[in-house]
Design a protein around this ligand. Structure first.
Ligand SMILES: [Ca+2]
Length: 158
């Protein structure tokens, strides 16, 4: 786990890194979380017991069922616990996410499976801020498909 100062440094330089490493991919479109966004609290029971979400600023990731963060098609703000496998299988967001972005300072890995109480499957998709506005653009399993509509588990750190 990187110490916090490194995380902040990475957040500050994220735009520069993205322009180098994602040459063939579109620039992410920024998203705005609507003021009336619905929250889906998927934190661990332990974290839920320790405090309300109104006191948190980290660990939130905005997920949408459609590309381009189209709130008309359904988007929610997911709250996760630090580095915890956040299982989507029994939620309305299983196998539907097409765009997503995390809080500034939060980085997440999106996975296509949930097995043995952990995220798993064929690799993972990196999501930070401003995130990725079209999962169809990102190759899954060496080109066997894309990351569109297959995410079932999320892990975030900050
Ligand atoms: Ca979708």
């Amino acid at each position: 786990m990187a110490p916090k100062p490194l995380v902040y440094l990475l957040a500050i330089t994220a735009a520069g890194i993205a322009s180098v490493s994602a040459v063939a991919l579109p620039e992410p479109k920024p998203f705005t979380i609507p003021a009336d966004v619905e929250i889906l609290d998927l934190r661990t029971e332990e974290d839920k017991a320790s405090g309300g979400i109104d006191k948190r600023t980290n660990g939130a990731v905005y997920v949408c069922k459609a590309i381009d963060f189209d709130a008309n098609q359904g988007c929610k703000l997911l709250y996760t616990s630090f580095n915890a496998p956040t299982n989507l299988v029994n939620t309305e967001y299983n196998n539907v996410i097409s765009s997503a972005g995390a809080d500034a300072g939060t980085v997440c890995q999106f996975y296509d499976g949930f097995y043995n109480n952990d995220c798993g499957g064929q690799g993972s998709l990196y999501i930070d801020n401003p995130g990725k506005s079209d999962f169809r653009q990102y190759s899954w399993n060496n080109g066997a498909g894309t990351w569109n509509d297959i995410v079932s588990c999320i892990k975030c750190t900050w």
